[in-house]
Design a protein around this ligand. Structure first.
Ligand SMILES: C[C@](O)(CO)[C@H](O)COP(=O)(O)OP(=O)(O)OC[C@H]1O[C@@H](n2ccc(N)nc2=O)[C@H](O)[C@@H]1O
Ligand SMILES: Nc1ncnc2c1ncn2[C@@H]1O[C@H](COP(=O)(O)OP(=O)(O)OP(=O)(O)O)[C@@H](O)[C@H]1O
Length: 297
């Protein structure tokens, strides 16, 4: 018997970043949208904990106990006094180190899969607690849809969304480390006051209405200058997407994936084709959001 869980990537339609806290994390107002690029994690009984991974970026994924899927299984097993004797197989389609919460997605998926496989019957709140221990983005991967994340991003308030948004994602030729991007944010902020991060009423209203033109005017990412500083070539990708007719162009989370909002599926396909031909990125994907979070299939 095995359990397979499908889990989406995310894009941040607003990422407001405050000053560094004493614990090193940054206070955020993080508006997450789950988009239809998926990993699948399959949990099956095994002699001992084992992780395997397949997919285009699989060789970049650690297979030891630092893998977020393995850490999720160990955390659940420890809380419930269960042997973590499980084979976790990750079918990976979310770009690795791309700012789309790929590792976080696998953590949330493994948790749901192991809970079902072992019959541990953890409550939603307990699963969310474990997710928050694993990483700031992991709780959102569990719940999906759209949500405002406060604190370091782990305290979620679900958001209503009045329609479907069409996105194009340009994958970069190398990854960016999330801690390095936050450090660069701090360096760029030296000597000036960083305001408290607050959710933009315009972003929330545009999501609630399902209004892509309004969302295009309202999206923002405070990590974008830091990501561009570490990876200047991303400006060319953003410019290529804008020139192709995208309504908005921004870095996704800590990058280096760039995200482009389109008015419908047809124009998303056109923007994707122009980006592919531009030579400014490694690959291009289209996806819609919001979609559901980690779900047993
Ligand atoms: C950039 C985002 O992806 C936006 O959704 C997230 O804020 C990052 O979430 P994540 O990858 O789950 O991050 P974590 O695993 O919790 O933290 C990784 C590292 O990112 C930095 N970090 C993360 C979240 C946060 N609010 N402040 C931070 O400064 C810290 O250096 C931390 O050590
Ligand atoms: N299951 C996993 N899949 C991918 N990377 C993982 C996984 N577990 C741990 N990692 C490690 O985490 C690093 C970041 O990968 P990940 O794909 O999660 O980045 P990300 O999408 O930029 O994250 P985020 O958007 O949450 O900041 C990788 O370089 C890898 O070493």
């Amino acid at each position: 018997m095995s359990v397979t869980v499908r889990v989406p990537a995310k894009v941040n339609v607003q990422l407001a970043v405050g000053a560094a806290r004493p614990d090193g994390f940054h206070e955020l107002a993080n508006v997450f949208l789950a988009v239809g690029l998926y990993d699948e994690v399959t949990a099956a009984p095994a002699g001992e904990l084992r992780v395997t991974c397949a997919g285009p970026d699989a060789e970049q994924v650690p297979l030891d106990r630092t893998n977020l899927a393995a850490r999720a299984a160990l955390a659940l097993a420890e809380r419930h006094g269960v042997e973590p004797a499980v084979h976790l197989h990750i079918a990976k389609d979310i770009p690795v180190a791309g700012g789309m919460a790929g590792g976080s997605a696998d953590g949330a998926a493994a948790l749901v899969a192991c809970d079902a496989l072992w019959g541990t019957g953890a409550s939603r709140d307990e699963l969310l607690d474990i997710c928050a221990e694993l990483g700031s983005d992991v709780p959102f991967s569990l719940v999906g849809g759209a949500a405002l994340g406060t604190g370091r991003g782990e305290m979620l308030t679900p958001l209503e969304v009045g329609g479907t948004f069409h996105w194009v994602f340009a994958l970069a030729r190398r990854g960016l480390s999330t801690p390095a991007v936050f450090r660069e944010f701090d360096r760029l902020a030296e000597g000036r006051d960083v305001p408290e991060p607050v959710a933009s009423p315009d972003v929330l209203a545009a999501l609630a209405k399902g209004d892509c033109d309004a969302l295009a005017l309202a999206v923002s990412n405070d990590l974008q200058p830091a990501a561009l500083s570490l990876f200047p070539e991303l400006s060319d990708t953003l410019a290529a997407g804008r020139a192709a007719g995208a309504l908005a162009a921004l870095v996704s989370g800590s990058g280096p994936t760039t995200a482009f909002l389109a008015s419908d599926a047809g124009s998303a396909a056109e923007v994707a084709a122009v980006l592919r031909a531009s030579g400014t990125c490694r690959a291009v994907r289209t996806a819609e959001g919001p979609v559901a979070g980690a779900t047993v299939v």
